[in-house]
Design a protein around this ligand. Sequence first.
Ligand code: MUC
Ligand code: MG
Length: 367
Amino acid sequence: MKITAVEAIPYAIDYRKPLKFASGEVRTAEHVLVRVHTDDGVVGTADAPPRPFTYGETQASVIAAVTGIFAPSITGLSVLERETVRSRLHRTVGNPVAKSAVDMALWDALGRTLGVSVSELLGGFTDRLRVSHMVGFAPAEQMVAAAEQMRDEHGVTAFKVKVGRRPWKQDTDAVRALRTALGDDVELYVDGNRGWTPSEAAQALRAMDDLDLSMAEELCPADDVLGRRWLTAQASIPQFADESATTPAEVARELLDGAATGISIKTARTGFTVSQRVLGLCEGLGVEVVMGNQIDTQVGTVATAAFGAAHELTSRRPAELSNYLDMSDDLLAEPLVIADGHLKVRQGPGLGTDVDEQKLSHYRQDH
Ligand code: MUC
Ligand code: MG
């Protein structure tokens, strides 16, 4: 059960359709596959999707943190010593994506060692999640077509629409076109990725007041301290914090400041160990959560689904699990399936993230 090595393998897979949003765009998944090896011959796997525009990490910085700092500090520990691993990882500030991949690979190794699924180890609440799809920037008719395709091919009826462009009317027109085309029964919500000022966000929300949005995410930056409080105080729908709430302390600050009324949990940046702390905090404060998507591959999506399905609160809202469908290829040996608007959690042992080794050797960039 002892950790003998931690590998960080860079790879790149193109998107067929890039995802564009207010803080950036992703054309290629330039990620790092993290593998934790144990002395029993067990290998735990997780994906690290660096997002320089959100957390400052890059593929190179993830590899440097994992191999240069984290691997030496946890080698020799047992896979059961998760809290010691967490404490050692958190001696280093920042690097949330690198830390999370090590944490999730460790949980995968633990599940494989014990012969049980990670979702059951975490809580085992349900075996499937309703899926929400993120619709990126494009002309309104293309955004409508993308949503209709997801509905028709996969039965998805919940959509997060990217907003935050200037002038804001192009976004509110696109959301209106989606509501008109998809009808009243689909769930629609918006994510601004910090693109607007608080006053632009207030105007845009007023312009969409009749569109029955279920929530709005990160419309303006957390650094607009009073502006965000002002916006949240007047909003008629919950204001979710995403990239402004990446640690339990940031979550506490955003909520107690009145700057947000809901929290997006992303396993890609808080792993399983810290995501459970964020979840407990939200539950204690009586705050809703959504399982977010860090533009995840199938390996990352498996982790989000395992965590989301493990707990009651995380399985209430549709989880953002479908954007891997826009990739040209993936690493999982057995692809995920979204049907009737739901994704079933992988059965164990571990996370069930068995990687296709031929694909990995094709896409890896270190040889
Ligand atoms: C989201 O919810 O913001 C965009 C950047 C990122 O890291 O995640 C996405 C989606
Ligand atoms: Mg977001």
